[in-house]
Design a protein around this ligand. Structure first.
Ligand code: GLC
Length: 548
């Protein structure tokens, strides 16, 4: 078994980069991204300063949910290359010091999966009980419909089986039946297969929905947590050092339960925080951020949040109030095509209307608030989206490498490329591409590389404890991050206008705030409040140096 190089709790100091093999780079020239192409571009990813890659599903699939509909858990989609290509990719990533985690789709399979095909054909097949069947489609009616734009029920009738099967997502994604111990064992076999190849962990998809019980909303059930503990114990025992990151899009008190007592997931995405970052910056007030982080219960010491601004899905608005959702739609989805289900299908730069200062400020928050940041491919060069493509495909278009044919993504005939490249005048690949961004010293890409380096130099940002500082300035978010002897002071101005903030820093009397970027030493902290002025959408990261 390949050795997994590890150091203690590596995921806490990581910066993740989420990438779709399909969209990143086409190494074979057939119009579809593949592992060869991705391997060629690994130096680019490493150069960004990220330390871990999260791969979207790359398994055989009819791709009716971009690979989250898995037809075979133990192979590579032929579009993306061979198992040998995958293994080569993994070796190269590890050589460059990059960890790699993959998506583990535990909740459901594709209806084209052999398990489901056997299940529907033969009620006596061992696979029949891999899925959840019922003659009565009104069962579990308290469970919400997640893909509410396209699905009208969580049950679909299968004429071959003569029964309905349960699914929380698309009708072609039947849910696995976790009451069947064989399903649990099967999933652990999947885990062993991929971690055995040297993967460093999983982003575990759609965790809250594994079990169903009458009279409940079928989310976050105790049985689901029990399986998560089993999964974790298995990983710890057989694959120490591998990390489990939960996609549990839930309210704060429900998400934190997926950390368990440090015996479920190492990491959980901070879904409650994400939309509130957008709300805070548009309203120009710190409150949504401070409130939500203060509401999050403490997590076990070995655990870590995963913070993010955007990902391959819609900007999810499931975990906000109705008023907040209306506000977000009003501000960020002016064209109805921008909405999908309960969210907004746009990329970061279009969401922020290309406002560079505001985007930088969001990254200041992303890189200093509690957790490990997860970046989404293409956002580092300011890629646009295409709201005229179906589903969430508009935020999954080919990576823009250069102004060449197909944005340098593929040498194929443009009509063969799996998705149109972005040619919207504002985000056209002629100008928005890696080559241009690398050439321009002042590009966002170069700025991001520097700020990631600065974060990585200060463990207080990744491992520290964040404490908000009380003050009177509504648009300013100010906090300290403390880890051992290291104290960082972060001040973010969410407003379009200049602000000042008066901070009680008496606990740090005698310390000198030193700017993390230029090294400028600010006046020593004295007995009176510390007064700082900040420009529009500006931020400061200081290290508080003790006297002597
Ligand atoms: C997760 C994925 C999403 C997918 C869904 C169903 O939420 O992030 O892309 O559609 O699961 O598999």
């Amino acid at each position: 078994m390949p050795l997994r190089q590890e150091y203690h709790e590596w995921y806490k100091d990581a910066v993740f980069y989420e990438v779709s093999v399909r969209s990143f780079h086409d190494g074979s020239g057939n119009g579809i991204g593949d592992f060869k192409g991705l391997t060629d571009k690994l130096p680019y990813i490493a150069d960004l300063g990220v330390t871990a890659i999260w791969l979207l599903p790359f398994y055989p699939s009819p791709l009716r949910d971009d690979g989250y509909d898995i037809a075979d858990y133990f192979a590579i989609h032929p579009d993306y290359g061979t198992m040998a290509d995958f293994e080569q990719f993994l070796i190269r990533a590890h050589e460059l010091g990059l960890k790699v985690v993959a998506d583990l789709v535990v909740n459901h399979t594709s209806s084209e999966n052999r398990w489901f095909q056997e299940a529907r054909r033969d009620p006596h097949s061992p696979y029949h009980d891999y899925y959840v069947w019922s003659d009565d489609p009104s069962r579990f009616s308290e469970a919400r419909i997640i893909f509410c734009d396209t699905e009208t029920s969580n049950w679909t009738y299968d004429p071959m089986a003569g029964k309905h099967y349960w699914h929380r997502f698309y009708g072609h994604q039947p849910d696995l039946n976790y009451d069947n111990p064989a399903v649990q064992e099967e999933m652990l076999r999947v885990v062993d297969f991929w971690l055995g190849k040297g993967l460093d962990g999983f982003r575990v998809d759609a965790v809250p929905y594994l079990f169903e019980r009458d009279g409940t909303n079928c989310e976050n059930l105790p049985e689901t947590h029990e399986f998560c503990r089993k999964l974790r114990a298995h990983v710890d025992l057989y694959h120490p050092g591998a990390v489990l990151l939960a996609e549990a899009n839930q309210w704060p008190h429900d998400v934190v339960k997926y950390f368990g007592d440090g015996d479920e997931f190492h990491m959980c995405f901070n879904f409650p925080l994400m939309p509130r970052l957008y709300m805070a910056i548009r309203r120009e007030e710190a409150k949504p951020i401070v409130d939500i982080i203060s509401q999050l219960p403490r997590i076990p010491p070995s655990c870590q949040w995963a913070t993010f601004l955007r990902n391959h899905d819609e900007l999810s608005l499931e975990m906000v109030s109705h008023e907040e959702r209306d506000y977000m739609y009003r501000e960020y989805a002016k064209d109805p095509r921008m909405k999908i289900n309960l969210g907004i299908r746009r990329r970061l730069f279009p969401l922020m209307d290309n406002n560079r200062k505001a985007i930088e400020l969001l990254h200041s928050l992303l890189l200093t608030l509690p957790g490990t940041p997860v970046l989404y491919y293409g956002d580092e060069i300011g890629m646009g989206d295409n709201i005229y493509l179906g589903d969430r495909n508009g935020v999954r278009t080919p990576m823009q490498w250069s102004g060449d044919r197909n944005a340098g993504f593929s040498t194929a005939d443009p009509s063969r490329v799996f998705s149109p490249v972005v040619i919207d005048p504002v985000y056209h690949f002629n100008g928005v591409n890696v080559e241009s961004a690398q050439r321009s010293h002042s590009s966002f890409l170069n700025w991001l590389r520097i700020i990631i380096k600065v974060r990585q130099r200060h463990p207080a940002f990744s491992r520290g404890e964040v404490r908000f500082l009380p003050h009177e300035s509504i648009p300013v978010v100010a906090y300290t991050c403390t880890h051992g002897e290291q104290v960082m002071l972060v001040i973010n101005n969410l407003s379009r206008f200049t602000q000042y903030v008066s901070l009680d820093l008496s606990a740090f009397r005698g310390c000198t705030p030193v700017d993390c970027f230029g090294g400028c030493r600010f006046p020593v902290i004295g007995d009176t409040n510390y007064l700082i002025t900040t420009g529009p959408h500006s931020f400061y990261w200081f290290e508080l140096q003790r006297p002597g």
